[in-house]
Design a protein around this ligand. Structure first.
Ligand SMILES: [Zn+2]
Length: 211
């Protein structure tokens, strides 16, 4: 089970590659300067632009690191992260860090906490479009996110986990909010739906008071 999803979600992060390839093709066919091909960031980061919208939809409006959605925090609090940070300029494959492959839809909390963390050596393991991240970070029965035991000696992984505050209590609160929001969308019984929405509103207010 993907720690970023609730049991009500049908989205699968590993299927978003096709949508990202389509965005990349759309941009590159309209670029005449060969040097600019593959430099997707400046086109995608224009908020409310058509590429930005396609990019957000590719990620189902979910932060690729913690799973929070634009249902819960406003769209303005989301950013486009460079998985390999901008100072490195190129991925090990030689493509630009501004290529869509390296760009990730992220909430501001995760993106700003991650900042310039060096992910070069953990690219395959932790790039959030890859399935492997869901075998490393796991959701506990008490809603927190933890690192699976066999990866706890890997300081690059535990460093990433701590840097992004994936161990923080507000991740639990966000997960409860995600569940309540999803439940309120599928439940049809009026009374229960009303109760869920009330709980959701109270929790959201509490969350925003602390963050
Ligand atoms: Zn996040």
């Amino acid at each position: 089970m993907d720690y970023r999803l609730t049991q009500y979600d049908s989205f699968n992060f590993s299927t978003l590659q096709n949508s990202k390839t389509n965005i990349s093709n759309l941009i590159d066919t309209r670029v005449r300067n060969k040097i600019k091909k593959g430099e997707h960031y400046e086109k995608i980061c224009i908020k409310n632009g058509s590429y930005y919208t396609l990019f957000v939809n590719a990620y189902d409006s979910k932060c690729a690191y913690c799973g929070i959605t634009t249902d819960i925090i406003s769209t303005g609090l989301f950013e486009i992260d460079h998985f390999i940070n901008k100072t490195q300029k190129f991925l090990s494959s030689g493509i630009s860090v501004n290529n869509v492959e390296n760009l990730v839809f992220s909430c501001r909390n995760c993106n700003q906490a991650k900042h310039d963390y060096n992910t070069s050596e953990i690219y395959e393991l932790l790039h959030p479009d890859n399935d492997s991240i869901t075998n490393i970070f796991v959701r506990s029965d008490t809603y927190g996110i933890y690192v699976r035991e066999e990866y706890r000696d890997n300081t690059l992984i535990t460093g990433f986990y701590k840097k992004l505050h994936l161990d923080s209590s507000f991740r639990k609160l966000d997960y409860l909010l995600m569940n309540l929001k999803a439940m309120s969308k599928i439940d049809t019984k009026r009374e229960l739906n009303h109760l869920i929405l009330r709980l959701y509103t109270d929790l959201l207010e509490m969350r925003n008071r602390y963050i």
